[in-house]
Design a protein around this ligand. Sequence first.
Ligand SMILES: *Cc1c(COP(=O)(O)O)cnc(C)c1O
Length: 445
Amino acid sequence: MLVSLPMKLPIPPLPGSSKINAVGRLEVGGCDVVELAREHGTPLFIYDEQELRNRCRAYMEAFSSRSGDFEVIYASKAFSCIAICQLAAQEGLSLDAASGGELYTALAAWFPPEKIFLHGNANTASELDFALRSEVGHIVIDSLDELMELDRAASQRGRRQQVLLRVTPGIEAHTHEFIQTGTLDSKFGFPLADESALKAVAAAQKAESLELTGVHAHIGSQIFALEPYRQTVAVLADFLALAREQHGFDCRLLDLGGGLGAVYGPGDDPPAVDQLVEAVVSSVEAEIERRGLPLPRIAVEPGRSIVANAGLTAYEIETVKTVPGVRNFVAVNGGMSDNLRPMLYGANYQALIANRPLAEPAMTATVAGKHCESGDILVKAAPLPEPVPGDILVTPATGAYGYSMANNYNGQPRPAVVFVREGRARVVIRREAYEDLVRLQERLE
Ligand SMILES: *Cc1c(COP(=O)(O)O)cnc(C)c1O
């Protein structure tokens, strides 16, 4: 689905509709990126709506051609707003909310509550109560404390809540340690290495207002191999066999989490969605059958692999500075307030100039943000064609964990977000104004 532009430099991954238009500029979803920047301002997040839909469909179609009973759950923390929740619902996906705020956003999009899963390792009593009141389909329980609190709250509300137990399978996903979540030394879930997870099964079964429907594991993010998923299934199947033997637990929903990688640069080659689905379904069938267990409904929770490559960010270049013998700096009008991943994880972004993407690179530049931190670097080494102030610089593949981590550092209003499709751009999140920065603030008497 990604296109390669006819460029000699390392090709940045852009959405499928991207091309160079008649005036030699970058076009996405039928919209000229320079015009979008002019009309909506910069920094600007641009999503190719058709690419988003295609990626949802890739999951839905891979499962429907392979497995009878499945659920694709969009992990909304990757990019949460009303429009993406509507889109996910239209495409038949369920939704993961990682907090009360993400739940609120999904409900504001009229997302069907029975298809919402609430997650989190430190949900507050009020978040749990909000989920109960909203009648969400499932709550994924992360600890015994949460289990007891939820049981109490559900019984107060006279509701029997369906829950999954999050377990930590002890699998290394070979990704950055900050985004690896399935190892024993993790703050998430019940470890399978000792009796904790089995005890949690017993506790959940005993809890009068909870209905334990299944088990959940999420091993990490930006994963490029299928083997960790197969290993996870095998480890979970062992656990399910024990839980059935010891507690008569019948797992009806097996949720294998998200994590499939996105393409950020030339070296990135994640498996295709249908390969992931095939690996997951075939290993569940094999491992579950081998242990004589009933086949559960299978769920996955993709976030990044749906939104990362469908989105890009447009900035304006403000200054170009050469420190002789050291480095060329190109500074843009955003940075760690809109795309934090390079600073947080050392993520490797790329850049191109939307007003002349085909021009020969004339220098290697470090793309810096506008923030008062030396670490505010968006791209370490970008080959760029003689950048000048006023150029529109684009960082591709910034659709996941970009806007959702955006902040107001240095009093920077958060950017606008547009969806583009067939030549039409729709603002789905308005740009913050300076008034928004002080909207919650009170003056001293
Ligand atoms: C973050 C997260 C996901 C999504 O991960 P991606 O790498 O974006 O696909 C899914 N499930 C859980 C529990 C998560 O925390």
